[in-house]
Design a protein around this ligand. Structure first.
Ligand code: GLN
Length: 376
């Protein structure tokens, strides 16, 4: 029944005002004003939740899973809202028509629809895996104590959020999925020198994806030349003692990790590994200790879609993470990992079509972990 998902109903305009520190290009500002947000009103959210309630939480056949992907692709392929990120110049040049959906189940089956070959930069989705690397090395408390696991409610590159946490809250009250926390997490990865730290990060991402990943040099260079704001954030985190040394190096490595190239299939395998208790369902490798997965998913649920994380969780119940390259991953624990790539973003920096497609597929498959179990 939610197959008859009515996009028009969900396209009630919600103009989202962000904190004034957002580094926006004029194009972004234009886009923010004109953009018809895909997030609906509370009324529609309520209806969405009701339709989710009526969904049976039963195992799906491969045909049903494939049909859900195909249906979402067909339903949303012509959506035109949103615009590529352009504050990183190389991202503005990415083909906005890339649209691919991939889903991986714990038995290692990979389902795809659309363009799952084209690669984009992973961007902020990398924050999940670098955080996971720190947790794997040092345990979850290291993240809780140094960075925090609370939503900031602000833009991903907000400096006000750092000041607020420091001055009003008095400590580590942000999270590793916004830039200040992410740059700090990168600074916490083990390694005697830059090369070693980088190898640990890249290898960890590759283990999640199940293949050796590489960096898009053009994106890395483009962001490294224009990331003065992130450099400032790194310096601020150092000044407040969150980063212990060499903030410039941490920001540089963070920038490189954001330029890792992935396609929708890669991202789905990464999400599928989280859905499968940290064991890559395709390669069989235990990448992250199973008992560390819930903490990673909790931070994704709290802050994965930045200041729109609450709305997303309300609609889907899925821990997820977006990146300004246009990818979003989402995890239905024990059921599936899903990823969609579509570069045009909404005002909060989240892919418009990826949100629509993941929500539709997940609802069709009973992916919401909070949905009541239907007894038959
Ligand atoms: N590299 C990007 C930045 O730091 C990542 C942001 C994102 O994907 N939200 O601005």
């Amino acid at each position: 029944m939610n197959q008859r998902f009515n996009m028009a109903e969900l396209r009630r305009i919600t103009l989202v005002r962000h904190d004034s520190v957002r580094a926006q290009s004029s194009r972004e500002r234009r886009c923010s004003r004109e953009f018809f947000s895909v997030r609906g009103t509370l009324v529609m959210l309520g209806l969405g939740a009701l339709s989710a309630l009526a969904l049976p939480a039963v195992a799906q056949t491969p045909q049903q899973i494939q049909a859900a992907l195909d249906s979402a692709l067909g339903k949303f392929k012509d959506v035109k809202q949103g615009a590529n990120a352009d504050y990183i110049p190389a991202l503005a040049k990415v083909d906005p028509n890339i649209f691919g959906i991939a889903l991986v189940t714990p038995d290692g089956k990979v389902y795809t629809a659309g363009d799952v070959k084209s690669q984009v930069s992973i961007q902020s989705i990398s924050k999940v895996f670098t955080m996971a690397r720190v947790i794997e090395e040092q345990g979850p408390e290291a993240i809780v104590q140094r960075i925090g696991v609370d939503a900031t409610g602000m833009r991903f590159n907000s400096i006000v959020s750092v000041e607020f946490a420091q001055k009003a809250l008095g400590g580590p009250e942000i999270n590793p999925l916004v830039n200040p926390g992410a740059i700090t997490a990168t600074s916490m990865v083990s390694g005697a020198n830059r090369d070693e730290v980088w190898k640990h990060i890249l290898d960890f991402h590759s283990d999640f994806a199940g293949r050796p990943l590489t960096v898009d040099k053009e994106v890395f260079d483009s962001e490294a030349a224009t990331n003065q704001r992130n450099q400032a954030i790194g310096a601020l985190m150092y000044a407040y003692g969150f980063i212990k040394d060499n903030p410039a190096r941490a920001t540089d490595i963070y920038t490189e990790q954001c330029a890792i190239s992935v396609n929708a299939r890669d991202l789905a395998v990464m999400a599928g590994t989280l859905a499968n208790s940290g064991k890559n369902p395709v390669t069989g490798k235990q990448v992250l200790k199973a008992n560390y997965v819930p903490g990673v998913l909790a931070v994704m649920a709290t802050a994965g879609l930045y200041d729109d994380s609450g709305k997303w969780l309300f609609r889907t119940g899925l821990p997820a993470k977006s990146g300004v390259g246009g990818g979003i991953i989402a995890v239905s624990p024990g059921k599936f990992g899903i990823a969609v790539i579509s570069p045009p973003l909404d005002a909060a920096g989240n892919s418009v079509k990826a949100q629509l497609a993941i929500e539709a597929v997940s609802n069709a498959l009973g992916g919401n972990p909070y949905a009541p179990v239907v007894k038959r």
